[in-house]
Design a protein around this ligand. Sequence first.
Ligand code: ARG
Length: 570
Amino acid sequence: MLTIEKQIEIILLETVNNLYPDKDLKPIEITVATNEKFGDFQSNFAMMNSKIIGGNPRAIAENVVNNIVENSVIDKIEIAGPGFLNIFLKDSYLGDLVKKISKEDYEFKGLNIEGDVIIDYSSPNIAKRMHIGHLRSTIIGDSIKRMYKYLGYNVVADNHIGDWGTQFGKLIIGYRNWLNQEAYKENAIEELERVYVEFTRQSEENPELEDQAREELKKLQDGDKENYRLWQEFIKVSLDEYAKLYNRMGINFDTYYGESFYHDLMPGVVEELENKKIAVEDQGAKVVFFQEEEKLHPCIVQKKDGAFLYATSDIATVKFRLANYNVNKLIYVTDERQQDHFRQFFRITDMLGWNVEKQHVWFGIMRFADGVFSTRKGNVIRLEELLDEGKRRAYEIVNEKNPELSEEEKDNIAEVVGTGAIKYADLSQNRQTAVIFEWDKILSFEGNTAPYLQYSYARIKSILRRAKEQNKDVKEDVIIKFVDKTERTLAHHLTQFPGVILKAADSCRPNLIADYLFELSKKFNSFYNACPILNQEDEILYSRLLLAERTAAVLKEGLNILGINTLERM
Ligand code: ARG
């Protein structure tokens, strides 16, 4: 089964190849009609190719319409304006397609799914608890992973944790001088955070602490046993803490190769850059300079004292991935502040001739109305706190609506609804817009929100259960009937699902899926208001039942791609 757009494209292609066999035509683009008046799909083929074919677009459009090859898809084509093709599908075709709207039936022709798509996301810096600043990278990355999986790619999810750098010298000093063992046993990461802050405070009065920290870091890097052990402990404590949150949010990684993992590769990378004359020495440091028109700042790959930098480690990462995977594409998810970093090191890997598709998926940072979050300033909301608050608010609502449910059930619903609301509030926005954090916004349960969609899903499931109680179970082999206009509108929207995922994956934009699902819910509601399902003649009843069931399936699949769970009852 091909996507609907692809099937129309094939029919038009065959038609125009018959009509204009010798012309080198521009590809046929099919878009969903912006208004039902304009049919189901539209194409601007005639306008795009009028110069190549020679002749006015309307005449070309007429030629296409009059000679369309035989097919079971298109009912009629109308010509509009300067030569738009307004394509109306056959009801029978649309009805059949709705039945097949599940992913097993789709084949995304034209996609090169060979090899691995490596997605680098979440990537917190060790020894701090995750706060809402980490939310976006984590859930946007997770959703992109799910989109690519849906399309059939093999995906490798890599958490590129920040486990290397100056903070470790400071932590080691802090640990030795100010750690409270009791508190550490109780909540290790909280205590590590505290000694880190303590270091910052003390070093303001006592600047030699900075030198000591540098020394400890140097010892660590030179392989000092005790410092190495401590460093490993800090990582373990951090990862254990993150695991709790990732579990709660349904997030999984295949690898946790952090920055330190690439440490041994970095000298070789710098050497290669020097040998190829890409990096040059400048005041003792090794630096890559770019052409003026590239408008990039010079990039230091090794400091005067021999230390490597963030960019060096990312270049090494690409080298490692190319050597160890069959890379199809590399995707990195971080906030907007790293755009220059990615442009620089992407460019450097191009200069090295490492041919591979790379995409930096950046998002606007989340901030309070009065400024950016900062652990140092102490104005952060921890991710756990946020999830807890989401759950608490969801619990209140469930408890009010369905007091008769068991505590266990209420608790489960509250967790799924609370987490869903938080994820959706973020994923449903254009990722490149900055987000001002507001509790009421991120925890809203009405309008275009996850709870609304989860509720729509549960409601359909309840309709299906009621039907079953009357011995009317969903039947697959029925003819979908379009009696009321809302039925066809719903069917048409349902069939667009695979195409929407394709677009969302291509641009790494989860909000396209959110928009689609919200629209689907609204279209289902209009259908359900206009079309009773139960107590109809069988022919109608089974057709509507199947439409309802497919809507639920698509809602579930779509939410799942956003990393949001559904509930059978709520
Ligand atoms: N740890 C980094 C940070 O917190 C993000 C790492 C992103 N991934 C990468 N390959 N550079 O800013």
